[in-house]
Every structure is written in C-alpha cells, then in structure tokens.
Design a protein around this ligand. Sequence first.
Ligand SMILES: Cc1ncc(COP(=O)(O)O)c(C=O)c1O
Length: 418
Amino acid sequence: MLIKHPLCKFMSKKILSTHYYNIIPDLPNPLPLPKNKNGELINGAKTFSLPICEELKSQEFSQESEIKIPEPILRFYQRYRPTPLARALRLESYLKTPAKIFYKNESVSFSGNHKLNTAIATAYYAKKQGFKQIVSGMNTVHSALALGIAGNYFGIGIKVFLPQRNLAENSALETVLKIFNVVVVPVSDKDLSDILAQAVNEVKKDSKSVYGICSFLNHTLFHQTIIGQEAKRQIQEIGLMPDVVIGCCGGGSNLGGIATPFLEDILKGKSKRKKPMRFIAVESNAYPSLTKGEYAHHFVDQNKILPQFMMYSCSNPLEESANGLKFHGVSPIISYLYNLGFLESRTYDFKLALKAALIFAREEGIVPAPESAYAIRAVIDEARKCKANEEKVILFNLSGHGSLDLQTYADFFGKTTS
Ligand SMILES: Cc1ncc(COP(=O)(O)O)c(C=O)c1O
C-alpha cells in the first residue's frame, strides 16, 4: 500500500511507502529454510545464529506481507525519497529504439546508492535494542559509507572489515568514511564470505556490538522494496506498466527491491497483462551464480562457520573486476524466484558493462556505479532487440552512481581505447 504520508503535506507529489513488502507469504510454496552449520534446518528467529538485531531476525522469518516502517526511519527516507523515476530519452534516441526506457534513480541517496535504504533500518533497530556498535564486513566501500551515514544519524558506532586493496585504490572513499566516523579494519581476504565471517567473530566477542549486513538476507530485500513500490506508483501515474524489469544482481537486494512489488500483483493474480512481465537479473560473468551455479544449500563462508542457505552459488568464480557483484551466492528469495522461473538471468563481462555505462553517462549525464553498468548493458541489448514500433517499456534500477568509484573507470580506460 502506498499512501500520502502526513510528513509530506507540504510536498504534494511526495508519496512515501509506509511499509516494506515481504514476498514470502505470497510465494506458491514456502521459501526453503536455511540450515545451521551442523545441517539442521533453522525454522525461526530463535535458532538463527547470525548475531543480527532481534527485530531483523524476526523480519527474516516473518509471514506478514507488510512490515510497518517505523516513524523515525520514514522521517529519514523523506530526505531523499521518493527517488525520481526518469525516462532516458537521450539514451533512447542514441539507440534509435522505439522502446521507452525508465530508470529508478537510487543514486540520489546520500550514499549514492540503494544500500542506505537498508543501512538506516539496521542502525535504527540496533540503537533501539541498546547496542553501541554495528560491525560489518563488505567488499565495497559504498556499503560502508551507507552504514556510516546511518550510524551517525541514529548515534551508533560503525566498524567495518574491508579489503585493504579497495582502500588503497580509493583515498576519496577512505576520507568520506572518516567524515562519518567509520572505524575501518583493513583485511587481506579477497573473498567476501570470509570477510563476513571475520565480522561475525568480532561481534561474538563483544556484547555491545551487533552484526549488520546490507544485502543477501531476506530483510535487506524487504527494505529495498520501497524502490519497487514507488516505481510502480510513479509509472502507473503516467499510464504505463513495464514489460521488462531489469536489475544488476550481486547479493540480490536491489533487484529484489525493484522486482518484488511488481511480482506481488502476478503472484496474487491481480495482473491483467496478456504478455507476462519479464524480470532480468544481470550478473557479472566473473560471478555467474544464477546463470551457471547450482541450487542447493551452500555455506556462506569457506570456513563453514556461518549458516547454509538454499541458493544458487558458483563454486569457482573468476578473478575479475566485479565490484559489488562479487559474491559466490545469491539471496535465497531471488534464488527461489529464479528456480520457479519468475526471473531470467544473463551475464556480461566487465568491458561490455563499462562500455554501456559510458553510453549512459554521456547521454544521460550520470556516471553509473560499475554494478549498475551491468543492468544498463542488458537494457541496451533489450532496447536494441525491439522491432520498429515495438514500444516496449523497460524499467531498470540505477542502483547507484559511480562518482566515488572512478578507479574502476580508470582501470577500464587502461584496458581499452574507448
Ligand atoms: C551500487 C550497487 N549496486 C548493486 C550492488 C549489488 O548488490 P545487490 O545485488 O545486493 O543489490 C552493490 C553492492 O555493493 C552496489 O554498491
């Protein structure tokens, strides 16, 4: 449900979502449960061993399709939401396509990406439960920035384990993390799953700390559904509905966020469309979990300390630049939807994705986050496939901007003449 929020009375067009959408109760069969390290099924918050806040644990296993957004979080969202739904008219004319291309611009958040939508909820619930610090492990500095902004806002400390290499490559990001008082622990591991495990171990040593995660788990996808709820409302306001919804896919949160509110209508039998709406998960060819992986219970980390999740996972990822798409598994919800045939997937290599990002940047004036570049490549390919007069409506999630990730573009220019 989307309502005109009372906080927005001075902004007539501002429509905020007052709940997160949880797709789990609408799924045709129950979502497969995770297992603990001994292989026993985890059937509820009480047996879920990850040290996240109680409220987030209960959201993780919630059977309510609407999770109310607390007022203090709404007040924060109101500062940058609803994010714009823009039509990429210049891109359309560059491509000479009859398709109508829309993008939900999550780059306008203060962290420059969608991660703030869930980071702010994590900080709120952690503070409410009395914790003094959130500890996290990540492979992109952008998620750390989102947690930093959120932690400052609710007055809770943030400590992140980050690969040394990412920091060395990006001094601007190191500075911005300092601005937000983020305590950074540089780690040598390249593998995100083991960085996560280090952060969890740190939390277990300190009763005042709690673990925070910005993607993959069910609750992180729910928090991102404000993207899809708004997009649905915005595109309906101009009398359209997307034929194709596209998102890049790492852990799966931005894709889940834009796609599941549209899938809700399909699952509830409310969609009156003759042709089914398509949903495309775009992966890096370095981490093709959905496209080439196996659907089974997989451990999150190589040391097999964290729980096992029913997910698609690629066992031998390539060593290639894939930024925030660098994770060997995909969220249980996205994996399940893919397994049931609701989602398609495809992969691109780094160069193809970045070439698409350059076209978008030069036509639309926004440097996309390297992760979003993968979605843009798929958008361009879909638009180019349209026959004359085929006014396909393509919606994609511009999950972030790339202005803080210029090193990736520099690497690209180093490898190509474009
Ligand atoms: C801008 C951006 N988009 C996408 C992703 C991929 O994550 P997810 O699949 O959870 O949206 C990341 C991860 O860091 C990111 O920073």
